[in-house]
Structure formats: C-alpha cells, structure tokens
Design a protein around this ligand. Structure first.
Ligand SMILES: [Fe+2]
Ligand SMILES: [Fe+2]
Length: 261
C-alpha cells in the first residue's frame, strides 16, 4: 500500500478533504459508547430453544469475523489517507470496530453454542483486507460495511420486536444492534462513499474498469454468502430472500453515490 508521507499530510492541512467527513468526525466523537455498559449480567440465552440459539450464534460468528476484518481494514485506511480529516475520522472508526469486536465476542460467549466462521467468509475477508487502498475502501467501507449495516438493522429490528416470553435477552440485543452498532456502521459507510467518490474522479479508464470488475466479483461472492445464511436469519422470522434483495438494492445505490456503476 502507498502511504502518504506525514509531511505531505500535514501540508494538506486540517481543512483538506470533504466537509462531510468533518461532520462525520464530530458525530463520531459524540456517539462513542461502551460495550461493557450493556447489562451483560441480565443476558440469559438458556431459555431459548437450542436451534434458535445456534442460529443466532452462527450468524453472529460471521459478523464477528467481519468486525475483525473491519478493524484491520480501518487501521490500514488511516495509514494510507492523504488528508488529515480522513485520518481523524478513520481513527474513530478503528475505535468503533474495536468496540464491535468486543461486543460481538461477549455475545458469542453468552450464546455458548457451536458456531464456525464459514470458510468463504474467512477467504473473502482475507482478500478484501489485503487489497490496495482504493479496493480496500470500496470492498470494506462500502460493500462489507453496507451489507453489515442493512443486515444488522433488519436482524436487530426483528429481535427487538419478539414478543414471546423468555426472549428478553434477544430483545435487548436487538435494541443495541439497531441503536448502537448500526449507528456506527452508518457513519463508516458514509465515510467510505465520500472517500471513494473523491478517488474515483482521479482514476484512468483502465483502473476504473479493473475496479468495477473487482466489485462485480466481490458482490457475487457476498450474494452467495448471504444466500447460505438464509437459514440463520429465517430462524428469527425474517424473509431471507427479501433481505438479500434489499441488500443488493442498497449496495447499488451506495455505489451510484460513490460515482461507480
Ligand atoms: Fe463494525
Ligand atoms: Fe464498520
């Protein structure tokens, strides 16, 4: 990865980069939360039917792995950003992703059900986090973050709406997913769109075509993974096909906002 020299970063100044990123940075500073403040002592998944507990654990294990990848990716994006404000916002994203890794790790511990990271998820995250700066920003901060944001909002709302007795722990988790985790992911996504939009205008036609080909391959891989997860999300009464269709529509509009097809 190309890293911009610190002298060059300093010379560009605090006000270089997008005004939208400055706004996102202010939001990030105000909306930090503490994963330890969820009342973990009140979380008890033992009343859940085992199949439901395992379904939740399997889904969370994939998201947890994605969060670890996002932690790596966001740290790399801080290192490569030419603008001071992108670095400052990026540092808040690194802190957010660390908090997400902690929160989902605690959740998996409490679920206490066997759950494996799907080999295809591990392979895709390894590929995205090893990509160059531009592909990393697109692959992680638009594609993966976007899919996570749509999925987390949908699953969180479904859990929050559960009315059966003995599912209070799932409702509490659902509330934190929608109000805390998804709120962070929205900022990361908005930052990804801003950063990529500024980079896209500088690309040669050849570079742009290569990027769009890569996006096509990764999108297909993510669709395949989301299809395999349908059984997991169906356990909460979510229509997996409808969720996948929403993820795809959201992804297309995010790429359009970033100036990509
Ligand atoms: Fe995250
Ligand atoms: Fe994120």
């Amino acid at each position: 990865m190309n890293t911009t020299s610190l002298i060059a970063v300093a010379n560009r100044g605090l006000k270089s980069g997008g005004a939208d990123v400055e706004h996102l940075y202010e939001l990030s500073k105000r909306r930090q939360w503490n994963a330890a403040e969820l009342p973990w002592h009140a979380i008890d998944f033992r009343p859940l039917p085992f199949e439901l507990r395992q379904g939740v654990a399997e889904l969370i294990a994939q998201i947890h792995h994605g969060e670890l990848a996002a932690l790596t990716a966001s740290a790399r994006l801080v290192q490569s950003a030419p603008d001071v404000m992108d670095r400052l916002f990026g540092a808040t994203q690194v802190a957010d992703e660390a908090r997400h890794v902690e929160w989902f790790s605690r959740l998996l511990f409490e679920l206490d059900a066997p759950a494996q990271v799907m080999p295809k998820v591990a392979a895709l995250m390894a590929e995205v986090t090893a990509a160059d700066e531009l592909e990393l920003a697109v692959g992680m901060n638009i594609l993966v973050e976007g899919l996570a944001q749509t999925t987390i909002m949908t699953v969180g709302r479904a859990l929050d709406a559960l009315t059966l007795d003995g599912l209070e722990s799932l409702r509490l988790i659902g509330k934190w997913l929608t109000e805390k985790v998804a709120g962070d992911e929205s900022r990361h996504l908005a930052f990804g769109i801003s950063r990529v939009r500024r980079l896209v205008g500088t690309l040669s036609a050849q570079r742009r075509a290569a990027l769009e080909a890569r996006i096509g391959v990764w999108t297909e891989q993510l669709i395949g993974l989301a299809s395999e997860q349908n059984a997991g999300v169906s356990a909460f009464g979510i229509d997996g096909d409808a969720l996948l269709a929403r993820c795809l529509a959201d992804t297309r509009s995010r790429f359009a906002l970033a100036g990509l097809s």
